[in-house]
Design a protein around this ligand. Sequence first.
Ligand code: IPM
Ligand code: SF4
Length: 477
Amino acid sequence: MAGKSLYEKIWEQHVVVDEAGKPTLLYIDLHLVHEVTSPQAFEGLRLHNRSVRRPEHTFATMDHNVPTDDPFTVLDPIAAKQIQTLVQNCNEFGVPLADLQSEDQGIVHVIGPELGLTLPGKTIVCGDSHTSTHGAFGALAFGIGTSEVEHVLATQCLWQKRSHTLRVHLTGVRRPGVTAKDIILGVIARYGVDFGSGYVLEFTGEVIRSMSMEERMTVCNMAIEAGARAGLIEPDQTTFEYLRGRRYAPRGEAFEQAVERWKALASDPDAVYDSTLAFDITDLSPQVTWGTNPAQGVGVDGVVPDPELLESETERRGALQALAYMGLQPGTPITEIAVQHVFIGSCTNSRIEDLRLAASIVRGRQVAASVRAMVVPGSKAVKRQAEAEGLHEVFRSAGFEWREPGCSSCLAMNPDVIPEGERCASTSNRNFEGRQGRGARTHLVSPATAAAAAIAGHFVDVAAYISREEAYVWNRS
Ligand SMILES: CC(C)[C@H](C(=O)O)[C@@H](O)C(=O)O
Ligand code: SF4
């Protein structure tokens, strides 16, 4: 019999009911909750007189709606209602909540891992597509809809169809300035926004093995932008060291025993995948998207492509429409595109390493006069750590705004909206029309490229901003 992949192992450990030709009932180990997709789910419980099956395996936070200048002044009535409703629901149903006062509050996909709620081998769901982030720990993690949120709250189980598996094997050596974000943007630019459709992606190879947990989370975060059900990375020593001592992770002897179980989750050498692709990152430059989906991107040393040269009619039409929305001309060098906004944040790139990286570019430099730049830490814990290291001073003295945690400019659900027609270099994961505000133009980039764009006022190859002493960091893989 062939060996098993990580996905198959986690799946099999969680089957509750499995009947031929029907979806499988899976046990869910961790249910993360936020204010936007939970109100109707709790309302449904109330209507049917149900309780939350495992409140201790449920954890809520508020992130999407929270104003990042003054979190306690929520002017938008819908946002205020959703935030209040989450507080009431968590009180009534006994669900632990990191509310605005809590030292644990932050973006749901940032706090799960940092609290040690996210652990290898778990099944993790949340009413949020970027739940794929947690797959970086070797957890099977995916987004669910609001009616499924209700089902999981009530039963701690979920009906699921088994996915196919696609192994994404990453090899090669990074050029200075190339981050995990550039690697995943590069993969999506090459294979498109739905190559992952119907699959769970397992990222493998030396490039992944040499990545930190923060970097792995960035990769898995964007698996969803390739259309995948989830992204997965085999847990290893890097994973275990990250988790050691985290609040909800096992402690002492129990931790060592858990590590042994987690090691056994690794895909067997003879595991069979439904599909495999290999990608060599050696020639990859820092990436910048020019269009309105994450696959419409090129290297910073490239130019805005000519839609007429694209192969398929659909691609051509898509590119023409994207360029019209983005206000760009074919052939324009990426480095000639000026930005008015820089947003460093979101569940893709708001962790401590992202901020350290951006700060290393910004240190001793000034934000261009034409740019409004903002750093939004992913959680209170990231903010505390960054402040302990003095990163906030680096950003502030360069002219960046230093904000409170939340989803912020990643999406226009809170006051951090990008004005119509203006351009933003953003470390987030989605760039569709209107994502950051009506008529706002989003360019997806890494935190390093975003920081460099803030200084230059336009896109630049961040390699030019990296000192010789720092360059070694980039050559780890
Ligand atoms: C609001 C929420 C449902 C949504 C998601 O599911 O991803 C948001 O987080 C996003 O990034 O678009
Ligand atoms: S930061 Fe952006 S992508 Fe992540 S959960 Fe919030 S809105 Fe969604």
